[in-house]
Design a protein around this ligand. Structure first.
Ligand SMILES: C[S@@+](CC[C@H](N)C(=O)[O-])C[C@H]1O[C@@H](n2cnc3c(N)ncnc32)[C@H](O)[C@@H]1O
Length: 425
């Protein structure tokens, strides 16, 4: 317990200093040894509820905590006490021991006092923490205000959905196995799962994909149920020329390959991530033309033949997928929205001329912010007289192409995405 708490606290501190959570976890991995799953769980959970944990710690400490490492350790322990079934005495003992390893001073007395005080005053502290929006929702204030402004009726549900634990969602490769047959395969291995959408399967208890049948044989990919809606919207045909302009790591490239036998080009600006597209295609037994380039710099890579379909799954704030990447809540700045909107507009404008007349471009983001979505598309339509937005069929509750994140208990359990289908007249 103590080791996992200490390393999780360090991981959280690294994220708050600017590292992504996967990078911070990778740096912690050698020290974590056999405790990696627990460190992972504690770091994700603490970042998910950081606003609440910080508010509670501030209320419990009589004066500001001098040591940032001890403070992070208290957040981790509070996460365990509030959101997990870990025995409280083990959490407190572990945190006190971990504190004495960080600072050999009176700090361990303080950790002990704060956590024991929490156990005595739990309900009052939680109620007080929830009075402040950041304590209630665990997002930066600007993010909470923006979601309330853009989704006045759904704000609390959207923010809360972003704090749920994401399910393990699989997309079954129909060319290899049918989704119902795969669910039976899982059942035979003692894994409970249910169907979702056309080819989706949600595994009841998330686990490593290598523990599931058929990963190496290309039977499935891991992909959120919302993301699985993208490729079919392209409505391509065998033989078409298709461009996936922001392809890595290939979630949608491989889905396109599963759906149709197209002449497929996958572009990405990140060479290391592009390699993952190749690995994923190979595992699923597909191939495509792979291009490492800035897709918007079309003269550097385009052969001059128009595409019938273009997917622009653009770089974005990823504000719709924070339940999978809770570090994003604390790493993003409000000014990033404008920066991403600029990149998105540049990609859309540069790629539009590559689309054949009568062709369709699917613009997608995993964001919920309008500036990256509806406002981006409205501005694009105003700039391009030959573009027309075609309504897309999305699950009930979606508004203007925006699929809002929804957690367990809702009609659908998926991340937040935006899709706009642009037809060229
Ligand atoms: C949202 S991710 C794509 C996810 C991918 N479509 C999938 O479904 O697995 C955005 C991708 O855009 C890439 N990217 C960002 N700017 C780009 C540019 N100018 N040209 C090409 N790729 C770019 C990033 O490297 C990143 O891999």
């Amino acid at each position: 317990m103590e080791l996992a708490q200490r390393i999780a606290a360090k991981t959280v501190r690294r994220v708050l200093a600017g590292a992504s959570l996967p990078a911070a976890l990778a740096e912690s991995a050698p020290a974590a040894a056999g405790e990696r799953p627990r460190v992972h769980d504690l770091a994700y959970g603490t970042l998910r509820y950081l606003g609440q944990l910080r508010a509670a710690a501030r209320m419990l400490a009589e004066r500001p905590l001098a040591d940032a490492n001890v403070e992070a350790l208290i957040w981790v322990a509070l996460y365990q006490l509030i959101h997990t079934a870990a025995p409280p005495h083990a959490v407190v003992d572990g945190a006190v021991r971990a504190t004495s390893r960080i600072r050999r001073t009176s700090a361990k007395g303080l950790t002990n006092a704060i956590l024991r005080s929490f156990l005595r005053r739990r309900d009052a502290v939680l109620a007080d923490a929830a009075r402040d929006p950041v304590g209630r929702f665990s997002y930066p204030r600007w993010w909470i205000d923006r979601v309330h402004a853009e989704y006045p009726d759904d704000a609390a549900a959207v923010l809360d959905a972003g704090n749920t634990r994401p399910p393990l969602a699989l997309r079954i490769n129909r060319r290899a196995i049918g989704p119902d047959v795969y669910v039976r395969e899982l059942d035979a291995c003692g894994v409970t799962a249910e169907r979702v959408g056309e080819v989706g399967v949600i595994v009841a208890r998330p686990r490593a994909v290598t523990e599931l049948p058929g990963f190496d044989r290309g039977w499935f990919s891991v992909q959120d149920a919302g993301a699985q809606l993208a490729a079919p919207l392209l409505d391509a045909r065998d033989g078409m020329r298709v461009l996936d302009a922001c392809a890595a790591p290939g979630g949608k490239t491989t889905h396109i390959a599963e759906l149709w036998d197209t002449d497929l080009t996958a572009v990405d600006a990140d060479a290391a991530r592009l390699q993952r597209v190749e690995q994923n295609l190979r595992r699923l037994k597909f191939s495509s033309r792979l291009v490492h380039a800035d897709a918007a710099d079309v003269h550097s890579w385009w052969d001059g033949f128009a595409f019938d379909r273009i997917l622009v799954d653009a770089p974005c704030t990823a504000s719709g997928i924070v339940r999978r990447h809770p570090d994003g809540k604390w790493l993003r700045r409000e000014t990033d929205i404008e920066d991403f909107a600029g990149q998105q507009a540049r990609l859309l404008d540069a790629l539009w001329p590559l689309l054949a007349r009568g062709g369709a471009m699917l613009y997608a983001t995993c964001s919920i912010f309008r500036a990256e979505n509806q406002a981006q598309v409205a501005a694009f339509l105003a700039r391009h007289g030959d573009a027309e937005a075609i309504p897309v069929a999305l699950p009930p509750g979606s508004i203007d192409g925006q699929l809002l994140p929804a957690g367990p208990g809702a009609a659908h359990n998926h991340d937040g995405f935006f899709f706009a289908l642009l037809h060229k007249s």
